[in-house]
Design a protein around this ligand. Structure first.
Ligand SMILES: [Zn+2]
Length: 90
């Protein structure tokens, strides 16, 4: 297993939850990628080098302020992308 930034998976896992509350938000692949990129740039990366390490780190995050920070970062990203989408309009 390669080293990976587990925050990236968090973002994707939780993006739909945030998007559900923002019905007018476009959820095309371009916009979703923009949201993920923006949120990832706002958040400190956390790398895991093994499945066990990933499980421990995930458990830690889910009980912490970090979870809230992540939701806030995604929400901000949705606002930014919705006012300035990069997908082709029309
Ligand atoms: Zn879009």
């Amino acid at each position: 297993m390669a080293i990976k930034n587990i925050v990236e998976k968090f973002i994707w896992d939780n993006m739909d939850t945030v998007l559900e509350q923002k019905k007018d938000m476009c959820s095309c692949p371009t916009c979703k990628n923009d949201i993920a990129a923006y949120a990832l740039n706002k958040l400190k990366p956390h790398y895991a080098s093994s499945a066990a390490g990933e499980a421990i780190t995930r458990a830690f995050f889910m009980e912490n302020q970090y979870y809230l920070d992540m939701i806030i970062a995604i929400t901000e990203a949705v606002e930014i992308v919705s006012t300035n989408p990069h997908h082709r309009v029309g």
